[in-house]
Design a protein around this ligand. Structure first.
Ligand SMILES: [Zn+2]
Length: 189
């Protein structure tokens, strides 16, 4: 779905995409950018990743996700929010034109990787030349992102200076014994 593609593209970036006039960066109480007050509003702890916010004044159940936060703050329908965000993030709404939304799943199916397990690696959609790719960050032993690994459909993955990819949680790893993308039997997830 287009919604998934938007969430994928916005993951980790909701704070800057939404650009709410916030007075603090953490999830503590602060005035609501919509209905004021002093501390009635707070962002979700995973705000950068999910874009979710809460306001005791005008949004008691929370916004649900970044898309509805966008709709709430701009006073528009969710449908319109999806349209605007898709355009802003360069996510295609053209269903006939190989939707980007399916790329991560397509890559997983093709490489015989479980989608859920693969998502632990925080894949994002990226461009490599004109090609749409699924990009996985590569972490060094200090826990810093220092490189990335790109995968795409109908082809082999390509390394950018790395031969092993470890999930940020450290709970899973993909190891590539050669520079070619491995077959299922050598992928550890
Ligand atoms: Zn409010």
């Amino acid at each position: 779905m287009i919604v998934d593609a938007i969430k994928q593209a916005a993951h980790g970036r909701w704070r800057s995409i939404l650009a709410l006039p916030l007075t603090r960066d953490d999830a503590g109480g602060q005035p609501c950018p919509k209905c004021g007050g002093e501390d009635r509003f707070h962002t979700d702890r995973e705000f950068d990743d999910n874009g979710k916010v809460y306001c005791r004044g005008c949004l008691s159940k929370g916004s649900g996700d970044g898309i509805s936060t966008f709709a709430w703050f701009n006073g528009i329908e969710n449908k319109e929010a999806i349209k605007q965000l898709a355009s802003e993030l360069g996510v295609s709404v053209d269903r006939d034109n190989a939707p980007k939304r399916d790329l991560i799943e397509a890559v997983c199916i093709e490489k015989r990787m479980p989608v859920d397990a693969f998502k632990q690696f925080e894949p994002t959609l990226a461009k490599r030349g004109n090609r749409e790719v699924v990009r996985v960050p590569v972490w060094n032993s200090k826990g810093e992102k220092h490189s990335y690994f790109d995968l795409w459909s109908n082809d082999k993955g390509k390394f950018a200076r790395a031969r092993a990819v470890v999930a940020p949680s450290g709970a899973a790893a993909m190891v590539f014994p050669t520079s070619l993308f491995p077959v299922a039997s050598v992928t550890m997830i």
